[in-house]
Design a protein. Structure first.
Lengths: 455, 64
């Protein structure tokens, strides 16, 4: 970067890491939680606003400087795999880069309950681009891509890139690639294929993307939010980012909150706040259960307030076999049976198979049917024995993580709602009404469950 | 050496399972289950044949 009008900005004080910019209107009653609204009516920060908020990103980073900062900051990938980002960077750096390497920010956001990635790109694209081009420079990347979910994100990123060119930034050229609206479009290898101008479906690879990604070359691929955090860490330092916190998680996170809440939308929370505190800001009511992490995540059975005292970090959630995943909290009220909801989601996921691998094509519908028997109390023993028989025929046999994600959802449901399943077995359900309208599925995916159980 | 099957290519023709019964069985949908993948020298010829005959080019032998 050659722009010499670099503005020096002091690191902001306070706990919040402000990935989405700093606006007074986001205040909530809790200083550790900011509310960023929903996807409607928010404006993109221009380059001038971005620089006046955050200052120019410093130049002259070396690999070891970036790597050290990331390690100290304890930044993990924000797409769901919670892998330490400095390790990912090291894998690409140490790979054979003679034929070039690539850097990709994944904003496909194929989890239907997630809004964070596209809202981040629409409102604060420069912060993502800052992190992206910095890492591309350090690696000497041959190609840099942002993979986006929708037209609005595409045009926000394009406008941001144009502003940077007009300002005379000399930095890596970034290309914007559109992701189709399918569940598997966000899988790592789907992203790679799409960038290579193929269809956005997974491909089988023995090597990791870090070693063999775009055009078979080393590729650093991470969620767009990861790069935004990088843009902050490289400006204000790892110690500021951690703000005295230690342990597995640090910094802030973007959380998409949906379902039985009066204030759904995007929240930015400091690592480790209680889940109950987030739900209080979102104005959740009569909570029966919580889907944590997204459709590939897991369920928290909420019997009373104590179940919501759990800290929202992967260290604590890990004890309950849950994970922050893609930063999704889906709230289910007491008017919906959680097992029915889970079975509806599993049925949706079964239909979202890319249709490439035999075990996934054949196995997921069988899993969905068996699971629907349990959810709808039609024949629970049969459902359970069918699940036990079919899961080993599907698990770890797909070309991507899709089938394993579905199985994880089934297992989490059974582990979390043993009480509910027992009720079903006795011909009862904790929810009186037989309304099977799902709270957490996209509208277009409603209403297939009864059909699934009858297959 | 290892046997690797690309599940996105495999269409379940079953040639590999016929040639490498010690390694591969077919599931109830007629897709291959790789029970072990470390290839022993004595089965190398059969494995090479499976690679050649797979109509989908889905099976490979790789060095480990």
């Amino acid at each position: 970067m050659t722009d010499s009008t670099s503005t020096s900005i002091m690191a902001p004080s306070g706990a919040r890491r402000l990935t989405l910019g700093w606006e007074a209107s986001w205040k909530t009653s809790n200083p550790e939680i900011a509310f960023a609204g929903d996807s409607q009516g928010r404006m993109r920060l221009s380059l001038s606003e971005h620089i006046s908020n955050y200052g120019r990103i410093p130049t002259g980073f070396t690999y070891s400087l970036v790597s050290d900062s990331l390690r100290v900051a304890n930044l993990t990938g924000r797409g769901g795999a919670k892998f330490p980002f400095y390790k990912k960077l090291a894998a690409v750096y140490e790979a054979d880069r003679k034929k070039g390497c690539y850097v990709v920010a994944n904003g496909a956001e194929s989890e239907p309950l997630s809004i964070k990635d596209s809202l981040l790109l629409k409102t604060n694209p420069h912060l993502v681009i800052d992190g992206l081009v910095m890492v591309a420079e350090v690696l000497g990347a041959k190609g840099v891509y942002i993979y986006v979910k929708d037209k609005e994100a595409h045009s926000a990123v394009n406008s941001a890139l144009r502003e940077r060119r007009e300002r005379g930034f000399t930095e890596a050229k970034v290309s914007v690639i559109d992701a189709p609206a399918t569940y598997v479009a966000g899988q790592e290898t789907s992203v790679i294929r799409r960038i290579e101008k193929g269809p956005a479906v997974p491909k089988f690879s023995i090597d990791r993307v870090a070693v063999s990604g775009v055009k078979g070359q080393p590729t650093l691929l991470s969620n767009v939010e990861t790069f935004a955090h990088l843009g902050l860490i490289l400006r204000f330092g790892a110690d500021w980012y951690r703000s005295g916190r230690s342990g597995f998680d640090s910094g802030s996170r973007l959380v998409s909150v949906s379902g039985a809440v009066d204030r759904p939308g995007l929240y930015e929370v400091s690592s480790g706040v209680a889940i109950g505190d987030i739900l209080r800001e979102a104005k959740a009511h009569s909570v029966r259960a919580l889907l944590v992490g997204g459709y590939f995540g897991g369920w928290l059975n909420v019997r009373d307030e104590n179940d919501l005292r759990v800290a929202y970090d992967d260290f604590t959630l890990g004890d309950k076999k849950l994970s922050i995943g893609a930063g999704i909290l889906g709230v289910l009220s007491k008017e919906t049976c959680p097992v029915v909801e889970a079975a509806s989601i599993v049925d949706y996921l079964a239909e979202q198979s890319a249709g490439q691998c035999g075990p996934c094509i054949n196995g997921l519908p069988e899993i969905s049917t068996a699971f629907a028997r349990i959810a709808l109390s039609s024949n629970i023993d049969r459902g359970i024995s069918e699940l036990k028989a079919v899961i080993p025929l599907v698990e770890r046999r797909g070309g991507c993580q899709h089938p394993d994600g579905v199985i994880a959802h089934v297992r989490s449901t059974v582990a979390a709602f043993g009480d509910e399943i027992k009720l079903h077995k006795a011909g009862k359900c904790s929810v009186a009404s037989s309304n099977h309208h799902s709270m957490l599925l996209p509208k277009k995916a409603q209403g297939n469950l009864a059909a699934a159980s009858g297959r | 050496m290892k046997i690797v099957i690309d599940p996105t290519r495999c269409q379940g023709h079953g040639t590999c399972a016929a040639l490498l019964a010690e390694y591969i069985e077919m599931d109830k949908w007629h897709f291959p289950i790789l029970n072990r993948n470390q290839l022993s020298e004595s089965h190398l010829e059969a494995a090479k044949k499976a690679v050649q005959l797979c109509p989908e080019l889905a099976i490979k032998i790789i060095e480990d």
